[in-house]
Design a protein. Sequence first.
Length: 302
Amino acid sequence: MTDRYYPIGTPGTPWGPAEVAAWRSKQVRHRSYAGEVQTRIEALQQTFEVSHYGQLDYAPEHYPLFAVKSRDWDPARPLAIVTGGVHGYETSGVMGALLFLERHAAGYQGRVNLLVVPCVSPWGFERIHRWNPEALDPNRNFRAGSPAQESAALWALLAPLADTVRLHIDLHETTDTDESEFSPALAARDGKPFEPGVIPDGFYLCADAARPEPAFQQAVIAEVAKVTHIAPADQKGQIIGSPVVAPGVIEYPCRELGLCAGITNAPYRTTTEVYPDSPRATPDQCNEAQVAAIRAALEAAC
């Protein structure tokens, strides 16, 4: 535990509207959702059904939200969901989903119904941030009546499918900025002391503690290990504070925590985590690791 001071708010006091506004005023747009994501999604329309499932309204900015579906949808086939960019700053989640769609998804036509949402949080993507403009973490707010627009929109899309989904794989990263920026900001926002953690060097999975499916998780790990290295346990036998239950695998109670992977009742669900700041991995490797994880998950579950 440490008293490291975050430059917004008063230590020990949760943020109010003034602090959230001060934080939001410091967020800078670094990249373009329309130019780097939306154009690539729209280019898929000849092969897939591209739908507009909602819009984020953060005046004066508005962000259309897109889902990409198999064109030959058949209720008799298993349904697999891929989500990326729940945390907008986690770049390989977005790019990995797009690469999978562009290179591989057509190969599953006639076998699996695919529903891919490449970028759940466009505002965060542009500002390379974990939160939305209200200083809310979308990946702690996937529940009915969510206060986060990103979470509410995806919930509305996926909840009606909850009992028909076979697989949901949610694509994430763990970065050095989790320790340098986002964890200190979270502690400040909630009026709590900042407790430093250790960033794991390598890829790992967060299984859903309610239904961990260990053989499925290990099948994904085995394929990703061909692309990039798997994160080892720390000296406590943990990764990000959770016990390692198998090589490269920890468990989280997804629904209890309001995580994306807990939206549906899919028997197979997992959250990927790559480490883009590793000296042993390139951005391309991280993107390819996400693609490998998607493909391995589909082979193991569908």
